[in-house]
Design a protein around this ligand. Structure first.
Ligand code: NAD
Length: 322
């Protein structure tokens, strides 16, 4: 039986994930869904945001549907999201940004770079080590190249090799792999790339970059489609896969039933695609589009529908289909 771990996490994760879970349950009532509690809330209750036991439980799932986790700016608090990505070796973070006339897939290296977790803090100096390895660069660019081949598209390599030695390695590895695979590619400095994506989104297909650049680039690119409430993501490794909205726990709007659940629903659609149900994924996407076309929108998109009401509208669209 297909097993899905459901992690609501913190903040609006408690609101948007139940909507996505309900929709998944309608399309796949035969899956086994089980909750896993990790995050800041868990830390407040138990003093531990994510124990080895939870990691082991996550590893039993065929796929993980994940909300968002609050990471408080406390010196000794270790990010749960980073811990899970590392423990499950979810090295490829795929963040699709699709809109009118453009379809960009941002492929972000997810396990090293500036988020390698190697830091030193003294009262007068704080250091974060940015690690870029040949192996890490090879596997992420190969994942990006597979997507380019599937999409019959183009690869853009985003880096800052003019300043960072670590990105010289990243750029050179990516370039060599792209040449060897025979795909169409170019490379751009990340700052120029950020502006150009906003100005000419239709010129881009698959964009591969390092960890923090991919994080920032995808939040920025969400501007093209209406904001963070719309952009989903997949975190894929060789053995495990986790699907989550690009947005965080949004404490500023949590508990008010106003968060947009589309990013969570689309993350669930990516999960279905990963499990081989392309048709189910397309049905979810199409139901979301039809609800938007009816003018039903959450507050971030200028509407007045609540999180649950938007979810119910998607559910009723799904049931209208033959
Ligand atoms: P955020 O994405 O939570 O929120 C940024 C802004 O976007 C906020 O104004 C928020 O209200 C809005 N927003 C986000 N999602 C929305 C949605 N679905 N509908 C409507 N509006 C939405 O980012 P932040 O404020 O920088 O971070 C808040 C917390 O989330 C922090 O603790 C951060 O560490 C954490 N975070 C977690 C993840 C993750 O779990 N993968 C990712 C990013 C941030």
């Amino acid at each position: 039986m297909t097993k899905i771990a459901v992690v609501e996490g913190d903040g609006i994760g408690h609101e948007v994930i139940p909507v996505a879970r309900k929709i998944l349950g309608i399309l796949h009532p035969e899956y086994e869904y089980f909750p896993v509690d990790v995050g800041y809330g868990m830390w407040e209750r138990t003093g531990c945001p994510c124990a080895d036991r939870e990691i082991d439980t996550l590893k039993t799932a065929d796929a993980i549907l994940f909300g968002a986790i609050t990471t408080p700016p406390m010196k000794d608090y270790q990010s749960v999201v980073l811990r899970i990505r590392k423990a499950l070796d979810l090295y490829a973070n795929l963040r699709p940004v699709k809109g009118d006339g453009f379809d960009i897939m941002i492929v972000r290296e997810n396990t090293e770079g500036l988020y390698s977790g190697i830091e030193e803090i003294t009262p007068d100096r704080a250091t974060t080590l940015r690690v870029v390895s040949r192996t890490g660069s090879e596997r992420i660019v190969r994942a990006a190249i597979r997507l380019v081949q599937q999409r019959k598209g183009h690869l853009t390599i985003g880096h800052k090799a003019n300043v960072l030695k670590s990105d010289v390695l990243f750029r050179d590895v990516c370039t060599a792999e792209a040449k060897a695979a025979g795909v169409s590619f170019n490379d751009k400095y990340i700052d120029a790339l950020a502006l150009d994506i906003l100005q000419h989104p239709a010129s881009y297909d698959v964009v591969v970059t390092t960890n923090i650049f991919g994080d920032i680039l995808s939040d920025m690119a969400s501007y093209l489609v209406g904001g963070l409430g719309l952009v989903p993501s997949a975190n894929i490794g060789d053995r495990y896969a986790l699907f989550e909205p690009v947005h965080g726990s949004a404490p500023d709007i949590a508990g008010q039933n106003i968060a947009n659940p589309i990013a969570a629903i689309r993350s669930a659609a990516m999960l279905l695609e990963y499990l081989g149900d392309r048709e189910g994924a397309a049905r979810m996407e199409s139901a979301v589009s039809r609800v938007l076309a009816q003018g039903i929108r959450t507050r971030d998109l200028g509407g007045s529908a609540g999180t649950r009401e938007f979810g119910d509208a998607v559910v009723s669209e799904l049931s209208r289909e033959p």
